[in-house]
Design a protein around this ligand. Structure first.
Ligand code: B12
Length: 304
């Protein structure tokens, strides 16, 4: 039996000493990745099960004896995780990407650290492979969409918490089709108890201004990875900032395209090179009642 072996929910229930219903619930809750056969049966990759058991996410009853004969436990150090994540993106393997991020989260890595030290370096490497011709555009796009899928799954777990904190709105300006950095900024806020509205990419700045008047947020985040027309951007941005200030809204900016020279011509409340900076700023505005999750306790089976 090797790690690429798929086993049934019944086999899993025997291995973990829990009921089949529990296993099915974990699959439906997205905790245990599974593949559905044409007949609708859930099949679980043994490697995924082993990974989750070694991370203490699922009970490990009789699974340990398998460990020695299968793959080593996934890394929790960002550099190795980033290398594993890049392989998953290049292979177009959404399940592996999803499990790596989940594992990193459960191992206690804060979202901002996953963003700055796992996802950003991975995407830089992917971009470099495209820029140097080592991969084709379709491979970069595949890797990007696998990354987005895995992040969105992770976000569902963060968004599940009934956050009662202040409201933050955000996204990227017009002609900027980047999604990953802004999604990660949103996830940092969710992890710190904020409520969020993410307008995603290519949103006109004057539309953000209208949203400020309509939604009365405490914070606006803007992630900027591409400018089509810097002068037009700056003119509209200054109008947006005037509306934000008038309504007592803090404006946080960052992103690949925000060079020192452009930034020097912009008013803002906060600028950060990384999402770790952003997380610290967000916590200075709102201290979450429940501290950000660090190393979530293992899941309880029906019995326990
Ligand atoms: C994915 C990607 C795309 C995708 C985006 C898809 C999507 N749905 O997201 C698409 C296909 C749209 C794309 C298009 C283009 N791309 Co592109 N792209 C990339 C790539 C590979 C990854 C970017 C990414 O998402 N990184 C992950 C995030 C998390 O990292 P990050 O952006 O660095 O964010 C960090 C910080 O900046 C900061 N941060 C970011 N936002 C914020 C916000 C706040 C508030 C704060 C505090 C901090 C902060 O924290 C983050 C985490 O550490 C980069 C390579 C790279 N070096 O990153 C090239 C790259 C940026 N692209 C590049 C280019 C040239 C383009 C195009 C112009 C190509 C073309 N000719 O069409 C177009 C422009 C499209 C447009 N109009 O938007 C070049 C830019 C070169 C340059 N110096 O300007 C790069 C560097 C590739 C390369 N190596 O040459 N791209």
């Amino acid at each position: 039996m090797n790690e690429s072996h798929y086993i049934s929910t019944t086999d899993v229930s025997k291995l973990l000493d829990v009921s089949v219903t529990t296993v099915k619930r974990w699959v439906d809750d997205g905790v245990l990745p599974a593949h559905k056969t044409v007949g609708g049966h859930r099949k679980i990759l043994l490697a995924d099960l082993l990974r989750l058991a070694q991370l203490g996410i699922v009970p490990s009853a009789r699974i340990e004896d398998l460990a020695g004969r299968l793959t080593p436990a996934p890394a929790t150090d960002p550099a190795t995780l980033s290398a594993q994540y890049l392989r998953a993106l290049c292979d177009g393997d959404a399940t592996a990407a999803h499990t790596l991020l989940q594992g990193a989260c459960h191992a206690g890595l804060p979202i901002e650290k996953i963003a700055d030290e796992v996802v950003a370096p991975t995407m830089r490497a992917l971009g470099h492979q495209w820029a140097t011709g080592a991969i084709d555009v379709y491979q970069e796009h595949l890797g990007t969409s696998v990354c987005l899928t895995a992040l969105k799954e992770l976000k569902t777990r963060l968004a599940g918490k009934e956050n009662d904190g202040p409201l933050a709105i955000g996204g990227c300006p017009e002609h900027d089709h980047y999604r990953i950095a802004s999604l990660l900024a949103e996830m940092v806020l969710l992890d710190n108890g904020w409520r969020t509205r993410n307008f995603s990419g290519h949103t006109p700045l004057l539309s953000f201004a209208r949203a400020i008047v309509d939604l009365k947020p405490r914070l606006l985040w803007l992630s900027m990875s591409y400018f089509q027309d810097v002068e037009r951007f700056l003119a509209e941005y200054r109008e947006l900032y005037r509306v934000a200030e008038e309504n007592g809204v803090a404006v946080a900016v960052g992103g690949l395209a925000l060079t020192d020279s452009i930034r020097a011509r912009m008013p803002y409340t906060f600028y950060g090179d990384t999402l770790s900076h952003f997380a610290a700023f967000a916590r200075s505005l709102h201290r979450p009642v429940r501290p950000p999750r660090r190393g979530r306790p293992p899941l309880r089976s029906e019995a326990g």
